[in-house]
Design a protein around this ligand. Structure first.
Ligand code: NAP
Length: 488
């Protein structure tokens, strides 16, 4: 056993006895983190003596924080999952702290029981606060061997700023105790992609350029700008969606089989794919920004109207990517994401090549296609050619028919967990498999920075598209040029 594995095994036996939640009064804490922790508690998955300490600038006593948390659970948790709420609230306490005030950290350290415990820290605050927070934690002795830290996206706006954040975290925590969140990895269907590829024998032999013609990954949102106005206008679709979630999906589709479902093995394979991404060339990207239109029957304003000013930020991006290695030589990966799309959808489409020789004279065969629905529908559909019933006097009649697995139907009785339940439990139990390693984040930024550099060089500005459409017509041309249609 190598030293790293031995250290990790040792650490895995160290389930946290305290969870320290920064940004405990924020939107993410209310909508996702507190409900997820309550669900884990109700299902008996948290150690009975594990405490949860919330912290933020707002003044609150322990009991006021419990009332605040109760309000969040009532608002954001389905009634049938709120059974253990009263007991769960007893785990909670609160410490007021402005992380910019270094002196305040000693009171926080006292609240969490001082240095030396098994401490899971979750930073649900703006990344601009990470560095001061980590320094404060370090001074207060809360970064010792029993501590691990989890960071929410966005980890920087480019490679340089991401390195700055990563360097600041690395001052206090080794990589084996840093948990970078990409909440897509906590989704059941995303993990199911690993099961589909590596727990079945029939896909892997075909999973290469000899049998796969192209791959499509679409993440469509129906919403517009929503509340994070300044953040989004700074970021745009490329940095908000492609840099993290979409590249993680691409890496899971394209990676070589890992030797085990283990943090190092899986992340070693993902990073190889991310490093093999060919820089996007001229004509391989399209950006767009929505104008007023209709989504789901409702009239909606354009991006600039929502923003209250003109902007060059892209709310849509489509890319033709290539993974430069033996397996994927010549197989385009078309990526597309946008706001104000006709429907909310995250899906991966694997398009297989045509059969090499048809024995069905004159009857067209449609190449097989695998569609993996991630949200809102969690399903897997494999299209197969089948014989249309009949006496076939003119030759066999064929049609493409779907072989469909709906995950909720296949696993009735198992409740569907939200991604943060899985990720929080993994953080508490110290399993890094579904968290993003530093080299992955940096490979992702490297590729994204090059795209933005290319856009700047070409003077590319977003093309208009009507809200409720699938983006500018140039996005359709991007694939049609290759004889490929987006899956809709
Ligand atoms: P938010 O609603 O603005 O909450 C920010 C939290 O930070 C609040 O609890 C705020 O509480 C606290 N805070 C702000 N300044 C502070 C300071 N100086 N010292 C101590 N605490 C401070 O943000 P959010 O939406 O929850 O997002 C949190 C993080 O998650 C961000 O990095 C965001 O990008 C990321 N994220 C959020 C979502 C989402 O759906 N919301 C999704 C993905 C990623 P006080 O005002 O009481 O101090």
């Amino acid at each position: 056993m190598d030293v790293f594995t031995a250290q990790r095994r040792n650490f895995m036996s160290s389930t946290a006895n305290t969870l320290l939640l920064f940004g405990a009064t924020g939107d993410l804490a209310q909508r996702m983190l507190l409900p997820s922790l309550c669900a884990l508690h109700s299902d008996g998955l948290l150690e009975p003596d594990m405490r949860i300490v919330g912290t933020a600038r707002s003044e609150m006593t322990d009991s006021e924080f419990r009332n605040f948390a109760r309000g969040a659970l009532e608002k954001f948790m389905p009634a049938n999952r709120r059974g253990g709420t009263a007991d769960f609230l007893n785990r909670l306490s609160y410490q007021q702290l402005d992380v910019k005030d270094p002196a305040g950290f000693s009171a926080l350290a006292e609240k969490v029981g001082g240095p030396g415990g098994q401490l899971a820290i979750f930073l649900s605050t703006a990344p601009s606060l990470f560095e001061t927070t980590i320094k404060g934690l370090q001074t207060a002795g809360l970064t010792g061997e029993g501590s691990r830290i989890s960071l929410e996206k966005p980890l920087g706006v480019d490679l340089a700023s991401s390195c700055e954040i990563n360097d600041a975290v690395a001052e206090a925590f080794p990589e084996s105790r840093i948990f970078r969140i990409d909440h897509y990895l906590g989704k059941e269907t995303v993990q199911n992609l690993i099961a589909l590829r590596f727990a079945n024998v029939m896909f892997e032999p075909l999973w290469n350029s000899s049998y796969i013609e192209h791959v499509q990954i679409t993440v469509g949102e129906t919403v517009g700008l929503e509340s994070r106005v300044d953040f989004y206008d700074e970021a745009g679709a490329l940095r908000d969606m492609v840099q993290n979630h979409m590249l993680q999906l691409l890496a899971l589709v394209a990676m070589e089989p890992p030797t085990s479902f283990d943090a190092s093995a899986v992340r070693d394979e993902k990073v190889k794919v991310l490093r093999a991404l060919r820089p996007i060339g001229p004509g391989e990207s399209v950006t767009g920004q929505y104008r007023g239109g209709a989504v789901g029957g409702a009239i909606v304003p354009g991006y600039d109207e929502e923003l209250g000013r003109g902007s060059n930020t892209e709310t849509f991006v489509a890319l033709k990517a290539h993974v430069d290695n033996w397996r994927w030589k010549g197989v385009p990966f078309y990526l597309r994401t946008g706001k104000r799309m006709p429907r909310r959808v995250t899906e991966i489409v694997v398009q297989f090549r045509p059969i090499p020789h048809s024995i069905f004279n004159g009857t067209r065969t449609v190449p097989n296609r695998l569609v993996i629905g991630i949200q809102p529908e969690e399903n897997i559909t494999l299209s197969l050619m089948a014989k249309v019933p009949g006496l076939d006097r003119e030759g066999m009649s064929l049609r493409s028919v779907p072989l469909e697995i709906s995950m909720p139907d296949a696993f009735t009785g198992q409740h569907r967990r939200i991604a943060y339940e899985r990720l929080l439990l993994d953080l508490i139990e110290c399993d890094q498999t579904l968290f993003v390693r530093r080299d992955e984040v940096e490979a992702q930024w490297n590729w994204i920075d090059a795209i933005r550099g290319e856009w700047k060089k070409e003077g590319l500005t977003p093309k208009s598209y009507t809200a409720g459409s699938w983006g500018p017509s140039a996005a359709i041309a991007l694939t049609e040029r290759d004889g490929v249609s987006w899956h809709e």
